[in-house]
Every structure is written in C-alpha cells, then in structure tokens.
Design a binder for this molecule. Structure first.
Ligand code: XIL
Length: 402
C-alpha cells in the first residue's frame, strides 16, 4: 500500500506548466511580477480557535421503500471476513465518507472500523464549513473526523480544496481581483493542508482531492467559480500550494462521469497529462463513480482508463462510489443483485489495475446516503442497508477480494 508518496522532483517553472496548459505567458509574467511586488502578502492566516463540534443537523431520511425510521438493529456476529482484512491483504485502502456526528453512534463506528481502513470527510473540510469567514477557520468537524481516524488506525483522504461548490457566502459575495483570489486560494490551501499535516505529521491525512470536478461533459474546462475568478492556472496553482503545505501527501484530481472512456474522461486525461508533463505535483486521479445500473461503465473501459492513467505514473482511487436503484420496476432483491454486479465489476477493474490503490463509497449505510436528498427519490445505493446490515453488493466485493 503506497499510503505515503515517494519523493518526487517537481522543479519545472510555473511558466512551463502554464505553457502546457496554453496560458498566455505575458499575462503570467505580469501576474508574477505584480505578485512579487506584494511580497509578504503570501502568509498563512492565523488558525482559528478550535471549537466544539456543532450539533448534528436533523437527518432527513426518505423513508418510502428503502429506509426505516427505527433504530438500526444491534449487530449480530457476522461470519463474513471483514472487508478491511481482505483489502489489506491486497494492499488496497477501503473506506467510506463520513460526517462527524455519525461517528458518535457506537453501532455505526463499530461497523465502520471493522470493515474499513480509511475515511473521507463528506462535507467537513469544504470551504463553507472549514473557512466560514475570510479570516476565520473552523476545524472542529474535520478535527473530530481526523481524531477518530487516529484513535482507530484509519487513514483520511482530505476532501476538497479547489471546487466550485459549497463555497462560503463571503466568497460568493466577495469582490476581489484575480491576484487576490490567487492569494485567497493559496492561504486557504496552506492553512487547511498545513493544519492536517500537523506538527507530528503522522500521515493520517495521507491524500487530498486538490481539484474537484473541473472538467465538463465534453472534456472542456468547466466554467466553475475558480475558472471564472483565476482562469485555468487555478489548477496547477492549487496542486503547487498543496504540495508546498504537505510534500508527503498524495495529491489527486477528482471527478465524476469520466470513469470509463468518453469525452469527459478524455478531457480529464488531457488535463492530467499536461500537469504531469509540466511536473505539477499530482499523484493520482479520483474516479467518483456516482452511478446506476444502466450508465455504469464497462469493466473493459474502466481498466483501459486506469491503464492510460498508470502510463502517466498516476494512481487511481475509486473515491465516491454509489449505485442508484431508484425508479426501476423490479423487485428490491433483483435490484440489489443488479447493483451487486456493478460493484463487482468496479472492484474487479480495480484489482486488475496495479495503480488502483483505493476504493471508497460515498457513505457507509443507506440510512445516511446523500442520494435521496440529491435526487428527490428514495434509494439504497451503498454496501450496508438502512439497518446497517450487509447487502449483496458487499458479498460481491468480498467474493472478488478472496
Ligand atoms: C455531496 C455531499 O454528499 C452532500 O452531503 C452535500 O450536500 C453535497 O455534496 N461530488 C463530490 C462530493 O465531490 O463532495 C459531493 O458530496 C457529491 C458529488
């Protein structure tokens, strides 16, 4: 398991990097000169006082069909080998996204730590939570997750640094120049990544989704907040800032819908190829895999995509997998069998690809999946049901890992 990255040499100039991305050099020079003239601006903002975790929002469980409003059953001894043990024997990280308040439920935390060796903060490290005001950071939720991971010997993927969603109100309302936005991005990444690198740097937070969802459906750069404020350079800059803050962390580009072979995955490939060629410190690509039983990419496409990324020297993590089964006219057990087939296919593609080093689902149990809230329909997209019981999808994965 390559949890800590090898030392890599990243000494190409920013000019070369931007040239690969087709960015105007004159504009760049002016920017750099202007930036240098304000030397001293690039500082780390003071860390906010740590505060106690805020109260958990009320869970909005969409009940019809899949979910239960009763408490999960007390776990009965499970004869299956833990997923975590089988994955570790294969050198694979396996994990789920979490919210800090879920970890306080002993049934939840017992299931999580038995089955998985890594976690991702589902929302706790996004700008609107962790950086609520220009000069105030709130690490309370992220710290609760990282402390839980430390206590239980889990790894943490940091999520996420440069994304167009879940930004703070002060940013959406902010009237800043391009240089100031670069400064803001820099200070945020240095502060957040620096905070989780920590004084003792135990590599608990071993990886970061540095740039999230930057590519559009046709492979173009998606016109998100950062593209509008900074231009395409925000991408290499974000990776450089993250590397500056934690040279040991694995740095990922993460996206959804570009897992197989299509215009979007071609666009992602072109982007990361450009970054690698210009020695931008990128270590891997996250394939989110929010999917369903119809649109899921074939195993052959997944393997081909992972292979071309391997040829660039990049790792792959499956970062946010869930498989929707809503609005299908089949019995629940048929739907769960179909779903198991998709999970089997993805883990099989991962096992066939030596650069696929992590497999994560977006949530532990159907009880707390984001999908019903996001789509407006009840669903059951994960490996454990709303009563924390294993589903056919878990058995399919265990079978592949044996
Ligand atoms: C989702 C969370 O699961 C929700 O709780 C939140 O309301 C919206 O964001 N791609 C990502 C994740 O990279 O951060 C998103 O998470 C799902 C899509």
């Amino acid at each position: 398991m390559n949890a800590v990255k090898q030392d890599r040499h990243h000494d190409h100039s920013l000019v070369e990097i931007l040239a690969v991305l087709g960015i105007d050099l004159l504009l760049l020079c002016l920017t750099l000169i202007a930036g240098a003239s304000r030397a001293g601006l690039i500082q780390t903002l003071p860390l906010a006082q740590l505060s106690m975790p805020t109260a958990a929002p009320t869970m909005n469980v969409v009940a019809a069909g899949y979910s239960s409003t009763t408490q999960p059953a007390t776990p009965t001894p499970d004869p299956r080998p833990p997923l975590r043990a089988l994955a570790e024997a294969r050198g694979l990280l396996v994990g789920v996204s979490v919210a800090p308040w879920w970890l306080e439920d002993p049934h939840y935390s017992a299931l999580l730590t038995r089955q998985f060796n890594a976690i991702i903060p589902e929302n706790a490290m996004k700008w609107d939570t962790i950086h609520p005001e220009p000069d105030r950071y709130d690490f309370s939720q992220g710290d609760a997750i990282v402390e839980f991971a430390r206590r239980n010997g889990l790894k943490v993927r940091g999520h996420t640094l440069a994304w167009g969603n879940q930004l703070s109100q002060w940013m959406l309302e902010g009237d800043f120049t391009r240089d100031q936005w670069i400064q803001i991005l820099h200070d945020h990444i240095i502060t957040v990544v620096g905070h989780y690198r920590g004084a003792n740097n135990d590599h608990t937070v071993f990886a970061w989704d540095v740039v999230n969802e930057a590519v559009g459906l046709q492979g173009e750069l998606y016109s998100n907040f950062w593209l509008q404020k900074i231009g395409p350079e925000y991408i290499p800059l974000a990776f450089q800032f993250a590397h500056e803050a934690d040279p040991d962390a694995l740095l990922f580009y993460n996206d959804n819908g570009g897992e197989g072979l299509n215009p979007k995955s071609q666009g992602i490939y072109n982007l990361v190829q450009g970054l690698v060629k210009s020695d931008v410190p990128i270590d891997g690509v996250g394939l989110q895999l929010h999917t369903d039983t119809f649109i899921a990419p074939s195993e052959a496409e997944l393997v081909a995509n992972m292979k071309r990324l391997a040829n660039l020297g990049l790792q792959v993590h499956i970062t946010e997998m869930d498989v929707r089964v809503q609005n299908i006219k089949k019995s629940l057990s048929e739907k769960l069998q179909d779903q198991a087939g998709i999970y089997r296919r993805v883990i099989s593609a991962c096992l066939a690809s030596p650069n696929c080093t992590g497999f994560f689902t977006w949530g532990l149990t159907d009880r707390f999946s984001w999908i019903p809230g996001h789509t407006g329909y009840p669903d059951a997209p994960l490996l454990f049901d709303e009563n924390y019981q294993p589903k056919p999808a878990l058995d399919a994965i265990l079978e592949m890992l044996k």
